[in-house]
Design a protein around this ligand. Structure first.
Ligand SMILES: Nc1nc2c(ncn2[C@@H]2O[C@H](COP(=O)(O)OP(=O)(O)OP(=O)(O)O)[C@@H](O)[C@H]2O)c(=O)[nH]1
Ligand SMILES: [Mg+2]
Length: 442
């Protein structure tokens, strides 16, 4: 599945792993490799550019946690960022104490009928009692097709060749299965190439049967066009999840997945073949792991996570024990940024939020941004031994970071202040400190 994308990305990884030294040029080449592979898989250009500039920036600027090599860290960054564009991890769990109605929609040939059977099989294996409803009254042979799939897996199908009203079939199907099944899957027509008529029909069926879950089936071979298609459907009938089919052998599968995820809808399943069992619950982490060669990177990712946690703990220990360095201060500032805003951080600490006025917080956030730039203009030696910062060094740092000398001094004063408080209170007065930092004029 997605063999070319896999090959391309793995070639990028190989380039990193086989290099003797990691420098800027190597990172740029690595990013180019990945870029090329993604573009070939029809991932949207804008998305690829955003992704690659993020990867490049992180690979150049971030330091691996102690114990992890720079090379491994770069691969971890690729893994993180690819996972990110595929959306969040989600699992489809249906309650067992009620009848779950699932409506499938999608344009002609996208794979709805086969997916109906695949889903029926999926839930049947999980112990649900499943019924299938054929609400495709348009295409001759639709019912026979569904029955053929269903027969092999022993699933009952509701439908009749004589029916010509899809809305009526759908609602009668529901009534028919209501008392004996707990998952009812409704397959619909994809007749109109012209989407408008199809969307109208879906709206009507949806309001008639009021499904618990509406799934959109999209053909993965259309690549990034998935975006426009999901948007169009979502506007008519809210889509609860997407199934991207035909990813076996689809050269544009990568683009299809990225585009579907970019709409904000969850990709719940992927179709990987023509057999009823060729359906996989979709997990971005597992999927990217496989693209990059899971066997090789699983251990790496786990180790990287552990080391990051370990490094975080060490830093926190150091900060609390009053041995905080300027790098630790930078780390704290970064953590705040990762969380989105200072307000969010404060909200995590019970009772603290109400103590800090909003204006003080905004001002502090602006200052923190500046502090980061100031710290970036310091040399490693200066960050480790801030006491060597005399007036000429301060002047240089101010020039380098585009701030006044007063602001550099202010940052240093805050650093000393928080270090001293941490030391005195052994971290107990973290609350106090945050309050003071936010409210005190400096
Ligand atoms: N290789 C492969 N083929 C698939 C996959 N999913 C569907 N197909 C094939 O795509 C074709 C169309 O599938 P259907 O399930 O009939 O599609 P549909 O959306 O119901 O089509 P209409 O009812 O005409 O709208 C069939 O030949 C399927 O076997 C998949 O994941 N992999
Ligand atoms: Mg069909």
């Amino acid at each position: 599945m997605l063999d070319r994308l896999k090959e391309g990305l793995q070639a990028a990884i190989k380039r990193i792993l086989s290099a003797s030294t990691v420098d800027e040029q190597l990172i740029k080449e690595f990013v180019k490799d990945a870029q090329r592979a993604l573009l070939q898989a029809d991932v949207n250009v804008k998305l690829v550019l955003e992704l690659s500039s993020k990867i490049e920036k992180r690979a150049l600027q971030e330091n691996p946690p102690p114990g992890l090599s720079r090379k491994d860290y770069i691969i971890k960054i690729l893994y993180d960022e690819l996972t990110n564009i595929l959306g969040t991890e989600s699992k489809l769990e249906l309650p067992t104490n009620k009848v779950n109605v699932i409506l499938l929609m999608g344009i002609q040939g996208s794979g709805k009928t086969l997916v109906s059977a695949k889903l029926a099989r999926y839930f049947q294996k999980k112990g649900y009692k499943v019924g299938l409803v054929c609400a495709d009254t348009f295409r001759p042979g639709a019912l026979v097709q569904l029955r053929t799939y269903a027969k092999d897996i022993g699933i009952e199908v509701f439908g009749d060749e004589k029916f010509d009203d899809s809305i009526k079939v759908a609602s009668e199907g529901l009534k028919y299965f209501e008392d004996k099944k707990n998952v009812i899957i409704v397959d619909t027509a994809g007749r109109h190439k012209e989407e408008k008529g199809l969307l109208e029909e879906m709206k009507k069926i949806s309001s008639e049967i009021n499904p618990d879950l509406t799934l959109l089936v999209i053909d993965g071979t259309i690549g990034q066009q998935c975006y426009a298609q999901s948007e169009a459907f979502h506007k008519s009938v809210p889509v609860g999840g997407i199934i991207v089919t035909k990813l076996d052998g689809a050269a544009k599968g990568g683009g299809a997945l990225a585009a579907a995820a970019a709409t904000g809808a969850k990709i719940l399943f992927i179709g990987t073949g023509e057999r009823v069992d060729d359906l996989e619950a979709f997990s971005p982490t597992r999927f990217v792991g496989r693209l990059l060669g899971l066997g090789d990177i699983r251990a790496l990712i786990e180790r990287a996570k552990e080391l990051e946690i370990e490094a975080d703990e060490k830093k926190v220990q150091r900060i609390i024990s009053g041995k905080m360095t300027i790098d630790d201060l930078y780390y704290q500032l970064e953590q705040v940024k990762k969380m989105g805003s200072l307000r969010k951080v404060l909200d995590l600490i019970p009772g603290l939020s109400s103590l800090v006025p909003k204006e003080g917080l905004e001002e502090l956030e602006a200052k923190m941004k500046k502090w980061k730039v100031i710290i970036q203009s310091m040399t490693k030696v200066e960050r480790e031994n801030p006491e060597i910062l005399n007036s000429s060094r301060i002047k240089r740092i101010a020039m380098g970071s585009g701030v006044s000398e007063k602001e550099v001094k202010e940052m240093l004063a805050k650093y000393r202040q928080s270090k001293a408080i941490m030391k005195a209170s052994k971290g107990r007065e973290m609350r106090q400190l945050l309050k003071r930092m936010a409210t005190q004029p400096s």
